[in-house]
Design a protein around this ligand. Structure first.
Ligand SMILES: Cc1cc2nc3c(=O)[nH]c(=O)nc-3n(C[C@H](O)[C@H](O)[C@H](O)COP(=O)(O)O)c2cc1C
Length: 108
């Protein structure tokens, strides 16, 4: 079976209970990346830093014709965040969400 399909075979029992926080968060990302995305573009990037996971929109995966305002790209990142939150809760993490940049600092 191809590597592409194997990502669906993530097993809860393989959660690294005794591993580092980074190993645990990396495992949990296996669930985030199963999220649906517009035209399966999977326009997200994750970065683990200590006890935080950063989620970035990967604009290089944007659909310049079908989604010129990147609306669906951002919705797709939202689906990954939603999956991530469910998986975090499942494995015992509270999972505080902090949006950035701070919306109050943006000029409209
Ligand atoms: C996360 C995500 C998943 C999507 N999955 C599908 C899909 O499985 N099949 C499909 O036909 N369109 C899919 N789409 C495209 C939506 O159907 C598309 O946004 C819609 O047709 C546009 O209508 P709207 O601008 O009113 O949202 C998906 C879009 C997003 C953002």
């Amino acid at each position: 079976m191809s590597e592409l399909l194997n990502i669906w075979k993530v097993k809860e029992s393989e959660f690294p209970q005794t591993g580092t926080t980074e190993e645990k968060l990396k495992f949990i990302l296996n669930y985030a990346i199963l999220a649906p995305s517009s035209h399966n573009t999977q326009p997200w990037l994750f970065q683990i830093d200590s006890e935080a996971i950063y989620l970035y929109a990967d604009r290089s995966r944007g659909l310049f014709v079908a989604d010129p305002k990147e609306r669906e790209l951002i919705i797709s990142c939202g689906t990954a965040l939603y999956n991530l939150r469910i998986a975090l809760h499942h494995f015992g993490y509270k999972g505080q969400i902090i949006t950035f940049p701070d919306p109050s600092s943006l000029l409209c």
